[in-house]
Design a protein around this ligand. Sequence first.
Ligand SMILES: *Cc1c(COP(=O)(O)O)cnc(C)c1O
Length: 365
Amino acid sequence: MANRYPRLVINLNHLRHNAHQVVDTCAARGISVAGVIKGAAGMVPVAQAMADGGCQFLASSRMEQLAGVKAAGITTPLLMLRVPMLSEVDELVQVAEYSLNSDITVLRALNKAAGEAGKVHHVIIMADLGDLREGFWDKDEMVDVCAEVEEHMDNLDLAGVGVNVGCYGSVVATPEKLQELVDVARRVEERIGRKLDIVSGGASSSYMRVLDGNIPEGITNLRIGEEILLPQDLLYLYGYPLNGMYDDVFTLESQVIEVRDKPSYPVGELGVDAFGHKPVYIDKGIRRKVLLAMGHLDYCDYKDLIPQDKDVEILGCSSDHTIMDVTDAPRTYHVGDIVKFNLIYGTNLFLCHSQNVQKVFIDEE
Ligand SMILES: *Cc1c(COP(=O)(O)O)cnc(C)c1O
């Protein structure tokens, strides 16, 4: 097992630091944080680091990840992010204390399952405010359902309401959009005659409003994965500076298996590549090429890899190989060398899930 490549090095110290900073920044605005572990395939040490970093909840869209966290003995309350399947309500009440919900049939089944298990399960009812994934579109219906949970579902606690934006419809979490959720929350509170504990205003994309200082009063919770795991994404995508956050929680290490001068244009009659595509090749003459022992299977899209080495170009990949042009690089490459990459969310998601990628946890400054 030792020194297998490719490998993903995960710095738990930097992860804890990032969680702490997000939790503190949110706490200053009266906002609790559910640390979202799905971007790291629910790995237990990642969940533990988020809990140690102060996250008040741990969350995932996948039941088996939450079950793994619970089985590891972590006692932070667990939140199921994907609205539950009817077939998983019995398991859900055993595994998680909280879930996001958007369907009355499921809520009734959940109420029954919680009763049978002798538990009270906390639900957050989702509003669809335009991103067009989960949630009630008709807000009158949503208020009615909240009232039904409150008044008639003895084994459910109406913990609050929530929204998700920026996932399907690419809708931006503007202050106005988040205010719509607060308005829905106020309508529900008026109807049931008490305050809601949780008004959950979205994911990392809503955290930008915390950084801007214009998140509406009344948002009391966010569900944050990306910003804790890979805060560089907000830098690359929106220009938010790292501001003390670590961009190297995850580092990909791969090994060189060939270094050779070769033509840049393929030689022979051209058909299609490994994936049935017809790429465009540019003839730059003879170039110094490095072959790495990792490929599409491990990280999905080579265009999303960010080499730490200067002046190298990733030319392409097949399932198990990656080809780089290093002609202009200051570094001299040899077979057996290790080449490192920084990551973004999508790439990291694949790497975390790949059985071929060894995960190595470090706990270093
Ligand atoms: C994935 C997910 C989140 C967290 O998203 P990040 O971009 O990683 O912060 C929050 N809420 C729901 C419903 C999700 O599915």
